[in-house]
Design a protein around this ligand. Sequence first.
Ligand code: SF4
Length: 349
Amino acid sequence: MTDNNSIANEKVLLEIKNLKKYFPIRKGFFKKVVGQVRAVDDVSFFINEGETLGLVGESGCGKTTVSRSLLRAIDPTSGEILFRTANNGVVDLASMPESDIRPLRREMQMIFQDPFASLNPRMNLLDLVGEPLLVIDGMKSRSQRTERVAELLQLVGLRPEYMQRFPHAFSGGQRQRIVIARALALNPRFVVADEPVSALDVSVQAQVLNLMLELQQKLGLTYLFVAHDLSVVKHICDRVAVMYVGKIAETAPTDELYYQPRHPYTAALMAAVPVADPRVRSAMVPLEGDVPSPANPPSGCYFHPRCPFATEICTQELPVLEEVTPNHFVACHRVNELDLAGVGEPRKE
Ligand code: SF4
């Protein structure tokens, strides 16, 4: 990674270096460790202040484990998570004890996927949105909390009069607005959004995405946007990182990635995006087969059993992530031979 893309550069808010998260596989009466699930395996990327990085891939590729590791919701096995704090210091979240991370939690928040599961049905909006103010900020005064919750509800497009209502009184889109208001209660600088619209009807997805964009501009937020839906990512992200079996396959600015994907897996994901016209066909055959198990990945390039361009070297050597054009990184042995431009573009029969 060049210096421009490392935490040494002041515009970089977060740099992940060689992050690994392995889960032990235990068997037998004594729960002996017999293997490892390599959920995240040597992942590196950076996020600039004020930008949105999309992290995409099929289910089970490790994107949620990355996002949970970098907020230390789970402890990484190894690697560095370098974060620029509000006072311009740089800390390694991966090696910090929980007691030192706690004060930083206000700067980093998460928006969860399912607004139906992430809101306690027995709490009204005042308590739900005001809980972080009470627990983390120590704001004991109810009137102060009420004032701040009213402000937050207005910020996300809900009426402050709703404060005494319970989550069941709201639609899916409104609930996700409540989740966003709660995440913003402590004025975070960095927000991890884990599939924030995938549980919503298509008709309200755009509203929530537009709200997130508006809030980003208004509050200067930085997002890591985790998704499996490439059309959603295109709408909101500045750059995209594509994951496959715990590794980054490709990362590039969004427009470039969509215009000219360089990794066959990215191209295949794009070909799988449905187009609302039965006469339109994609230029690349959509993916067949399943994602291999991270407990027992294939030799060489993990994608080779599904890759239409695989050759002998692909079955033997693991490709490394290399910068092919400025800010465009690809892990593929054949990156300079393949021309995948336009594969994501639909074509008429
Ligand atoms: Fe396909 Fe080989 Fe590239 Fe892997 S390294 S994506 S198998 S061409």
